[in-house]
Write a protein that binds this ligand. Structure first.
Ligand SMILES: [Zn+2]
Length: 340
């Protein structure tokens, strides 16, 4: 039979070293375990002793058992307290610590330019109109006086949808027709929006881009109004006095039609690399709305006059922010976008 002294000595020594609940459990098993506990073995063997021996060892063993049970209980609660203390230490919250800021993005350059354009035209009484991306032949071409043999109707320029009844709009002009079908003049609208053309991309062309169209219709709208509105818009947009130059040109939906050049905003018409030393930049197509277009929209032929113009919203953004490649606008490259 193992002596009580050695059990007590070992227990004392081991208990001091215990620093976690798991070790404490093992300790309890070693000394007080029901099957193999060292003290349990002593207690169990008391029955084999003589009465004298029993009276001598029995009470001592019982006292030791009580002591051990008490020590284990105390150790257990102190270890648990320690656990809570260290958790509190770890989970301490410093309420004076500055908060983490969520990274915030900003508007895309195209959106910025679109909003600015809308503000400038809005101040001149222009309403913003919009329309669907998918259109029929009628809105894409027929109503705009674009005859069937016009190259724009070639399927290599337009994204046709299955069956060729519908196509992605290759320009924003269908918006004009939709608007005129529902409104009577006088009115002034702009239609900024995405358009789609089936063509190869390069630094100045993309197959998915933004256009801006304008339309003003009334009783006596003339080329003078067109020139005034565009000159005012360009000067405000580029933040400097911009001059306009109109050159005769052909677009099916206008008569007469013009190519509109603006004085170079990079060199102020002195001649530089941007304008190829001419002092002028080709920027817009414009003209007086063809009476066939009015008729297609349901107006009485000859009752109204109006002007229309179209310009690449992308192009305006490239010029404003000096972006060398139009494709940057749609790459979603964060290094590019961060610059605006
Ligand atoms: Zn220039």
């Amino acid at each position: 039979m193992e002596g009580l002294e050695s059990i007590q000595k070992d227990a004392q020594k081991e208990l001091e070293k215990i620093s976690n609940l798991k070790d404490l459990e093992a300790f309890e098993l070693e000394f007080l375990g029901r099957k193999k506990g060292r003290l349990t073995a002593v207690l169990r063997s008391l029955g084999t002793l003589s009465d004298t021996e029993k009276r001598k060892v029995g009470p001592k063993a019982q006292i030791l058992r009580k002591d051990l049970e008490g020590a284990i209980k105390e150790k257990k609660s102190s270890l648990k307290r320690g656990d809570i203390d260290s958790r509190l230490e770890k989970e301490k919250i410093d309420i004076t610590y500055p908060g983490l800021k969520d990274p915030r993005g900003h508007l895309h350059p195209i959106t910025k330019v679109r909003r600015e354009v809308e503000n400038i035209f809005g101040a001149m009484g222009f309403e913003v109109a919009s329309g669907p991306y998918i259109e029929t032949d009628f809105y894409n071409f027929d109503a705009l006086n674009i005859p069937e043999e016009h190259p724009a109707r070639d399927m290599w320029d337009t994204f046709w949808l299955k069956g060729m009844t519908y196509a992605l709009r290759p320009h924003t002009s269908p918006v004009q027709i939709h608007y005129m079908e529902k409104h009577n003049p006088p009115f002034r609208i702009i239609a900024p929006g995405r358009v789609f053309r089936q063509e190869a991309t390069d630094a100045s062309h993309d197959f998915d881009f933004w256009q801006l169209e304008g339309l003003m219709v009334g009783k006596n709208v003339s080329v003078k109004d067109l020139k005034y509105v565009l000159e005012t818009f360009m000067s405000k947009f580029f933040g400097k006095k911009v001059k306009l130059r109109l050159r005769p040109s052909f677009f099916p939906f206008v008569e007469p039609g013009f190519e509109v050049d603006i004085s170079c905003v990079a060199c102020v018409a002195k001649g530089c690399s941007v304008c190829q030393k001419t002092g002028w930049l080709e920027l817009l197509g414009a003209g007086m709305v063809h009476q066939n277009v009015f008729a297609a929209a349901g107006y009485v032929r000859g009752e109204y006059t109006g002007f229309a113009f179209g310009v690449g919203l992308d192009r305006l953004a490239l010029m404003k922010y000096k972006i060398p490649d139009v494709r940057h606008l749609r790459t979603s490259d964060i290094r590019f976008l961060k610059q605006f």
